[in-house]
Ligand binder design. Structure first.
Ligand SMILES: Cc1cc2nc3c(=O)[nH]c(=O)nc-3n(C[C@H](O)[C@H](O)[C@H](O)COP(=O)(O)OP(=O)(O)OC[C@H]3O[C@@H](n4cnc5c(N)ncnc54)[C@H](O)[C@@H]3O)c2cc1C
Length: 302
């Protein structure tokens, strides 16, 4: 690992490489132990070179964006975490409403830039606290909007370290899923086609969605958003409530009293606390209704 870290530093500069870095500092749950090596490439070329190094080293590789859909174990991660976030977040918008964004650009920033350019179509994503690369992988969505509705192209790094263009018909976006994820591709940049709109109306829509989130979701507490995928024909939050699990708490992890679909960190939660709450909720819902809740949150290092 020591040699690998030295070689990574030669590509991205040592200030962009953190050793034994606590993942709690990089996840919205605010839990997670140390990663052996945490790298923040600054360009797509650096990203490709770092990925190549890690792959040939045989060390485990973890790709993350803004950590808003991750639960990392208290023991942390053995291997290399490559974070595609602030360092790789350039956004360009052309006169035809085509948005070209590096994968680390936040959804909020893209939505605000689009609004300022008088472009509609990405308002739904303003409150999704991840990066656009994460949105592409999971087909992030909210309030009838989904990533796939605006995406016209995604550039990825494939398993051989080559940049490949994925067209929408190849991406097979479904509910929180894509062929990009299934094929283990890494998103480097995206292209979104937005359309001219009235900036005041765009702002109004964004304000309305922000209010609806504020009303319903426990945004004042660390979480990773909806903990479980929506089971077909049901709402996870309602099932959890009806199973009597709302407010259920283990250590610092709790089924939110505001929205049962969220597990929140009410203070000092460990990843083990969160995972125990997740497992206990799954058992309760399965016992009461015979329905298996599948975590939407990605579990790393358990
Ligand atoms: C308060 C709150 C509200 C939320 N509301 C919503 C919502 O309304 N709708 C919704 O869909 N989600 C929501 N989420 C969940 C989350 O924000 C999204 O899933 C988001 O798309 C994750 O992006 P990220 O950059 O944080 O990814 P991360 O959490 O860093 O990673 C998530 C997964 O994506 C992979 N990944 C990330 N970036 C890349 C990349 N460039 N290439 C390849 N793989 C990558 C990671 O390996 C991991 O498997 C919410 C979360 C919170 C905390």
């Amino acid at each position: 690992m020591k040699q690998l870290i030295e070689r990574i530093c030669a590509i991205v500069d040592s200030e962009n490489v953190l050793v034994d870095e606590p993942m709690s500092a990089h996840t919205t749950f605010r839990v997670g132990g140390p990663a052996d090596c945490f790298v923040m490439p600054r360009t797509i070329d650096e990203l490709v070179r770092v990925l190549d190094l890690v792959r040939t080293s045989g060390q485990a590789l973890f790709i993350m964006g803004r950590g808003s859909n991750l639960l990392v174990s208290d023991e942390g991660l053995r291997g290399v975490v490559v974070q595609i976030a602030n360092n790789l977040s350039d956004v360009q918008i052309d006169a035809n409403g085509l948005v070209k964004a590096e994968a680390g650009a936040s959804n909020a920033r893209i939505a605000f830039m689009a609004r300022d350019a008088g472009l509609t179509g990405y308002e739904f994503a303003a409150g999704i606290p991840g990066a656009v690369g994460g949105a592409a992988i999971m087909n992030a969505g909210a309030y009838d909007g989904e990533f796939k509705q605006v995406a016209v192209g995604v550039t990825c790094v494939d398993g051989e370290g080559k940049l490949v263009d994925v067209r929408p018909e190849q991406a097979e976006w479904g509910y929180r899923s894509s062929a990009i994820a299934r094929n283990g591709l890494i998103v480097a940049s995206v292209e979104l086609q937005l359309h001219p709109g009235d900036p005041a109306a765009i702002q109004e829509r964004m304000d309305d969605l922000a209010c609806r989130r504020q009303d319903k979701q426990p945004l004042d507490k660390p979480s990773a958003g909806s903990t479980f995928k929506r089971p077909e024909g049901h709402f996870a939050g309602k099932l959890i409530q009806d199973a009597g699990m709302q407010g259920y708490q283990v250590g610092g992890a709790q089924v939110s009293t505001k929205h049962a679909g969220f597990v929140v960190n009410v203070g000092g939660a460990t990843a083990a606390d969160v995972l125990t709450v997740i497992r206990d909720v799954q058992c309760a819902v399965s016992r009461e209704f015979g329905i298996d809740l599948e975590p939407e949150v990605r579990l790393w290092g358990f």
